[in-house]
Design a protein around this ligand. Structure first.
Ligand SMILES: [Zn+2]
Ligand SMILES: [Zn+2]
Length: 273
């Protein structure tokens, strides 16, 4: 199994970091988790074209995690020589988001169908709404859904992707909670979005201060990993954006709590399990 941090940015535009998105590949599995800004540029850099995806998982409906949903849908549709339906799995509300995204694409769909004789139908997208405790199959993976705590944003979920004897938890946004702990137990890897509270607190902007209460700090992510016997901890969605050469500074907030491998990096950082 390979985990690729496609986009390690956040809502704050960053010239070097695409929005939140992660790719999980394994034998018989090509899975995209969240689809933030610039996802397809990073996806193709990782050697994957949109028609190759077995599905798309969405952790929650914050805009930074779904910004490029329209691009994923459209590009998969126009690049597939034969119709290749896309399944989008997310928490309650994902169906509305998919429906409205498709509605916004209607003129484009009409133009292309009118112009290309071999294109007779618009994109086929199935939205599946899940909740904590659900389990489903996608490609060669068994996927479990867990609760996260990103309140007041609700509902939000995390996913545990298992292929053969390998497992990775996509924690999404949020603070530590029992649901995330349960999902992370003995996972080979755990991907968590993080903030540096020490740096965010220095910025005298209330709108930024507001994010402190619903994101894991680097230390909290490390504690979640340690508490649940995780193998490798991957950090992403850096707020503020991690600057070149700052990886060790960020890592230093995690190492007192977690003794396993800790992965931080730029977009396209990959880990093989
Ligand atoms: Zn969020
Ligand atoms: Zn986010």
């Amino acid at each position: 199994m390979r985990i690729t941090l496609l986009g390690t940015g956040s809502p704050i535009p960053d010239a070097r970091r695409a929005g939140p998105s992660t790719l999980v590949t394994a034998d018989g599995l090509t899975l995209l988790i969240d689809c933030g800004r610039g996802v397809l540029m990073r996806l193709v850099a990782a050697g994957v074209l949109p028609p190759m995806l077995d599905g798309l998982l969405i952790t929650h409906l914050h805009s930074d995690h779904i910004t490029d949903l329209g691009d994923v849908i459209t590009t998969r549709w126009v690049m597939s020589p034969v119709a290749r339906p896309l399944t989008v799995v997310g928490p309650s509300g994902i169906r509305d988001v998919v429906d409205h995204t498709l509605a916004s694409l209607a003129p484009d769909v009409r133009y292309r169908i009118d112009h290309h004789d071999d294109l007779t139908e618009g994109p086929s997208v199935t939205a599946v709404e899940v909740e904590p405790g659900d389990t489903f199959e996608m490609g060669s993976a068994t996927i479990r859904v867990g609760a996260t705590d990103h309140r007041p944003v609700e509902p939000t979920v995390a996913f545990r992707v298992e292929v053969g004897d390998r497992s990775v938890v996509m924690g999404g946004d949020g603070v530590p909670c029992a649901g995330l702990d349960e999902l992370c137990r003995d996972a080979d890897a755990y991907v968590q979005t993080v903030i540096r509270d020490d740096l965010v607190k220095l910025v005298p902007v209330q709108r930024l201060q507001d994010i402190l209460d619903y994101h894991s700090t680097v230390a909290q992510a490390a504690q979640t990993a340690a508490r649940n016997g995780v193998g490798t901890l991957l950090l992403t969605h850096y707020v503020p954006g991690m600057q070149p050469g700052q990886e060790d500074e960020w890592r230093a907030f995690a190492t007192p709590h977690f003794s396993g491998p800790i992965v931080l990096g730029d977009d396209l950082t990959a880990v093989d399990l």
